[in-house]
Ligand binder design. Structure first.
Ligand code: FES
Ligand code: FES
Length: 133
């Protein structure tokens, strides 16, 4: 199995790792495949993500994927961040080995869980994934 340079950089030097104590939304997901756990914290102002952090108890690809995802959703609106696909994360990482694609799905799902936590806290309906996602 080969990791790209970008995966190794994100894994060894994750910029936005840690907890946001005053987060407006927190999403936690676990992978049934491997048992890894990922948590994403969002700070939201006027529907825009002004800060995003992650904590991942998992493999290198999961750490790299969540690191990249927190980088990519910064400054996006919540609906733009919702539309971040795991393929977007994989592309930004320059690819992932086939057996590690589920790690990027976990990152997308953690972002979405955090967005829905934000919505639920405000009494809004959670968004739902499309049927073919
Ligand atoms: Fe499961 Fe990476 S091996 S998240
Ligand atoms: Fe992807 Fe319908 S949710 S095409």
């Amino acid at each position: 199995m080969m990791y790209t340079e970008k995966v190794i950089t994100e894994f060894t030097n994750p910029q936005y790792v840690g907890e946001l104590a005053d987060a407006d939304g927190v999403g936690e997901v676990g992978s049934p495949t491997c048992g890894d756990i990922m948590r994403i914290y969002l700070k939201v102002e006027e529907d825009r993500i002004v800060d995003a952090r992650f904590q991942t108890f998992g493999c290198a690809a999961a750490i790299a994927s969540s690191s990249m995802a927190t980088r990519m959703i910064r400054d996006l609106s919540l609906s733009e961040a919702w539309d971040l696909s795991n393929a977007d994360v994989v592309d930004a990482l320059g690819g992932l080995p086939a057996g590690k694609v589920h790690c990027s799905v976990l990152a997308r799902d953690a972002v979405r869980a955090a967005i829905n936590d934000y919505r639920t806290r405000r009494g809004l309906e959670p968004w739902e994934a499309g049927p073919c996602e």
